[in-house]
Design a protein around this ligand. Sequence first.
Ligand code: PEP
Ligand code: MG
Length: 544
Amino acid sequence: MSNNDTTIIFNGQPLSPGMGEGKVFVYRDIMKRFDEFYDIDETKVEQEVSALDRAFTRISNDLEQLQKRVKNEINSDLAGIFHAHQMMIQDPSLKKEVENKIREELVSAGSAVKSVFRHWERRFSSMNTEVGKQKGDDMIDLARRLILALAGVHGHALEDIPRGSVLVANRLLPSDTVFLERNAAAAAILEFGGKGSHAALFAREIGLPCVAGIKELMSNISEKSSVIVDANQGEVIINPTPEQEKAFRVKQDHNTSITAQARKYAHESAITKGGQQITVLANVGDKEDTQLAIENGADGIGLYRLEQIYLSRQTPPTKVELIQEITDTLKPAKGLPVYIRLLDVGADKPLPFLDMPRESNPSLGQRGVRFLLEHPDLLQMQLNALLEISSIHDVHILVPMITLPSDMLAVRKFLEEAVSNANVTNIPKLGAMIETPAAALTSKCIMEHSDFLSFGTNDLTQYLFSADRENPEVDDYFDDTNTAIFRLISMVHADTPDASLSVCGELAGRSEEVSKLVKSGITSLSVVPPSIPIIKEAIRKVKI
Ligand code: PEP
Ligand code: MG
């Protein structure tokens, strides 16, 4: 461990934006800390098995409560995680495996839980996919709960985190983050955590600045340290010098004043110096996002990803449930244009309730529209639901992962058929997501079947640079601000001069790139709700 006041600078991966400072609160892993792992003699077997039974029942009940709490207080998407955990813990074969271990190897219930759950964690993690890693985390999370229950420990260390402290942990699991109240911690820094992890999702949800990927963090920090975290840049300074603290606060004040200034004019249109109006829309996942987007002056909703409704379920939603979830999410945006994307599963987002084909390279496999066209019932149901919603909202439909003009033509035919069977007056506009280089290079033909085009620059970058968007090792290649991207956008604009072109990938939210985007022919940007005022300000500075 470092000297208590040595200054150390770390650069990690920003998981959730913002800046925060405070005293360190180290959260250590129960799996390494408890004395619950020991051998037993035969006379103790039944006692340990009964304790195990009680622990499984208690955790199942706790998860039920947690689900309700998260659903009411945070959102139903996240509640789905705990529902999935409850399904796992209720799987009788898992409990049987632990029980057999106690009986056959004569070990305590805690030891048996640790060993069985670790085994499953390793199996899932070795799949080397984002979903495998997620499932591995789920297993560890459940093991920790069971071990705490067996030890008779109630409550959670993070419930009492001193206000304003910086949380330091190896990694955060869903059951940790759910105990972190909004504004309880000033920031979080982790040894492990991917951009798509549950921890990242929760951190963004509760507005907690978070940086991950800092190896050896736990051995370089002590409870007495103070720390400053710039999660916009991924920079963490342990025991900063007075100069570093001063510079941090100047930056923090600057950011606060820029945001405050931008918010003043957030509800006014974003017009460039040359008089061109650019629409600024929001990317949303739930009703709170939509609410914040409207408060921040969004001109509409530019990307609502339907997979958020599907991924946390054990069974597919019915049409009624789908309509209910979508209308609930979009309620605050009534009267404004909304762009809803058809289910984009496959690659790192397999459907939990469908036995999806095993693919050696899933990002290049059956994802997005390819998957939808293989499962026409799934596609038809979504289109029927969106047609019904079009009686209350100004619906636009986005089709993910278009590569060929025939992809778009096929979806167009499905939509026409759905329209002919329904009683609708407002037929939604249909747009292609430009996320593959082939789609960009043949946009003119794709436009023959589309009403508008929207660039998914996250995937477009991944495919253009052959750099996996989930893999930090190839981050240098994954550059969505590279000239190649702007060149491609300008080419699409030149080939389809009358098309309405938008960007809904992360690139849209980079204020320093706004001018180039507008000059490349983009007329609409869709960004996360907190960025709307800043992006509108950036548009107002564009000179063409
Ligand atoms: C994109 O690829 O840029 C996009 C908006 O879609 P997603 O990030 O959901 O793949
Ligand atoms: Mg995409």
